[in-house]
Design a protein around this ligand. Structure first.
Ligand SMILES: Cc1cc2nc3c(=O)[nH]c(=O)nc-3n(C[C@H](O)[C@H](O)[C@H](O)COP(=O)(O)OP(=O)(O)OC[C@H]3O[C@@H](n4cnc5c(N)ncnc54)[C@H](O)[C@@H]3O)c2cc1C
Length: 534
């Protein structure tokens, strides 16, 4: 099998790849077979001088009678590749254990942890404080329409975890062989094949919901059990060892192996772990607002005159600003092309924003979070100080929004000139149940507002119109990552002072995003399986 990298195809060219490749290699049509896309990315950097390209990495074979060696000799960006059988976890022999492992949370970390344990023949018991997918979907819709919040089932809590009502972006900065396992599993659960090779894969919330339900069924078919509306209330430690857990119902369950995939918003559970003496530490995170622009403005900036070509996906962006002198930084985060700003609160009298889009990304508005890093120097070095800061500003946003879960919003023009109320909005704000025009300076730390003001002008140079007077900002974005870390041992992935407790995923403070949380869950399960293998 041969592999070619950096194979550029003009974005409008619909010619089959076999033919384009044969042409490129000066081979007769039909000489190329078994073409498989390994990676596909867009290169629009130089659209002013060159056409926009799709850049492929392709595996392919040559028809009998065509000499691989001569092709390799002629073309530097071609090499031979061995087709790996599969990168799935090898089923390891298991040791009979008296107490089955328990997994808390059905976010990506919890689900992939449970699946890996099942594949090794264990029968994990999974507890999720929120509702199953269909009930949760109704609860979230009801909150977005009426402002009636369910603290146990919302955009943060429930089957699938935080990322369910999201853009379902599957990009990650980690480099781990289990990433392919995660993507393969999502495809086996119904996600589009392309997520395996796209440079920036996404599933979209509309497809992700069914994919998660299929993943849950896969766990159950392999002997696991999943219990919704069941909150872990307390853990019991003895001599630095986990011995038992208590559920919100009061039920006590002996437990020696507990995988905690609680996410970054389970503040009551963090408080319980801290009370029970589990070693934790304060951790830097980032806060800010969400900004919305017409999607066309972003498409024009990224694709130029080809902005509305049917051969191009809606455009995204990634922006950073760093003023070392003033020690102010800001970056765009979780950009949702053709998406919506969503109400992501999980506690009464608090307003939180985040972003979501469907697979088609066809909502016509582009949004992203504009985040400013904050550290324990800003909010205190106490383990729970970060949570205190989040709660404080989320409550201010609740009040500023009108104390009904409407969110405060402001045009960029007003924000930069410290006034509010202008309604010359470039887009209709997509946050539901609604917005109240207000001055976002009142629900943000001064440092964050100062960084945003400078960054907006800087970003406007990168994307003309980014700081247009009518661009809309809605606040507050407080849940970009975990505000504290449950300290664990690098080798065993167990809590450093509670044997048997495996803090996993984003809530543990060691992962961020759907894929890295899932990979973290898989690796913790593999550590456990290795430890217990007979
Ligand atoms: C609106 C939104 C959009 C996002 N978009 C993206 C995106 O496009 N791409 C991306 O990579 N990331 C995205 N993220 C981030 C991503 O969702 C998280 O990084 C990821 O879900 C973390 O996975 P996790 O399994 O560690 O935790 P979570 O997904 O947060 O899951 C934790 C689960 O644990 C449950 N739980 C908590 N406490 C308890 C308890 N005491 N007892 C029982 N159950 C409990 C919760 O109900 C929850 O279901 C988004 C997040 C949000 C909120």
């Amino acid at each position: 099998m041969l592999q070619i990298t950096n194979f550029n195809v003009v974005f409008t060219d619909q010619t089959p790849l076999e033919i384009l490749l044969a042409d490129k290699l000066n081979l007769p049509t039909g000489a190329i077979t078994d073409v498989k896309i390994i990676r596909k990315a867009i290169d629009a950097r130089r659209y002013k001088k060159n056409p926009i390209y799709y850049v492929y990495t392709l595996n392919f074979s040559l028809q009998k009678g065509h000499n691989e060696a001569s092709v390799l000799k002629k073309h530097k960006n071609i090499k031979t590749v061995q087709i790996k059988k599969d990168n799935n976890t090898k089923i390891l022999p298991r040791k009979k254990i008296s107490l089955q492992p328990i997994v808390v949370g059905t976010g990506p970390a919890g689900l992939f942890c449970a699946l890996t344990l099942c594949q090794a023949g264990y029968a994990p018991i999974v507890f999720e404080r929120g509702q199953d997918m269909d009930s949760r979907h109704k609860s979230v819709d009801q909150f977005w329409q009426t402002g009636h919040l369910r603290q146990e089932s919302n955009v943060q809590f429930g089957e699938g975890g935080a990322g369910t009502f999201s853009d379902g972006k599957l990009t990650t900065r980690i480099n781990d062989p289990q990433i392919a396992t995660v993507l393969d599993t999502f495809v086996r659960c119904g996600a589009p094949q392309e997520i395996r090779y796209l440079h920036k894969p996404h599933i979209g919330t509309d497809l992700l919901r069914q994919v998660i339900k299929n993943l849950r069924q896969m766990i159950i078919n392999l002997g696991g059990s999943v219990h919704f509306n069941t909150r872990l209330e307390k853990i019991c430690r003895l001599d630095n060892e986990l011995t038992e857990i208590t559920l919100h119902s009061g039920q006590k369950i002996p437990c020696r192996d507990l995988f905690m995939g609680i996410g970054h918003s389970a503040r009551d559970t963090y408080e319980m772990l801290f009370r029970e003496g589990v070693q934790m530490e304060a951790k830097p995170f980032a806060i800010g607002v969400r900004i919305e622009h017409p999607q066309e403005l972003i498409d024009r900036a990224q694709y130029g005159e080809d902005f509305n070509s049917p051969y191009l996906p809606v455009a995204d962006y990634a922006l950073t600003f760093n003023d070392r002198e003033k020690n102010l930084a800001c970056y765009s985060f979780c950009m949702c092309p053709g998406g919506k700003v969503v109400a992501a609160a999980s506690e009464n009298e608090r307003v939180v924003t985040n972003g979501m889009s469907d697979y088609a990304r066809d909502f016509g508005i582009a949004n992203s979070a504009l985040l400013v890093p904050v550290t324990p120097d800003d909010f205190g070095h106490g383990v729970l100080d970060g949570i205190r800061m989040q709660r404080h500003y989320e409550h201010l946003a609740f009040l500023l929004g009108g104390s009904n879960y409407c969110a405060p919003a402001q045009t960029v023009g007003d924000f930069l000139s410290h006034r509010y109320g202008s309604d010359n909005l470039l887009v209709t704000p997509s946050y539901c149940p609604g917005i109240t025009l207000a001055d976002l300076h009142f629900c943000l730390p001064q440092k964050v507002s100062a960084a945003l003001e400078l960054a907006l002008l800087h970003f406007d140079h990168k994307i003309p119109g980014f700081a247009a007077a009518g661009a809309v900002m809605t606040g507050v974005e407080m849940r970009s990552s975990a505000p504290c870390r449950i300290i664990r041992d690098k080798q065993t992935m167990m809590s450093i002072n509670t044997a048997g407790l495996y803090p996993i995923g984003e809530g543990a403070g060691y992962a961020g995003g759907i894929v890295s949380a899932a990979v973290d869950g898989i690796n913790a399960a593999r550590h456990f399986i290795e430890k217990n293998k007979s």
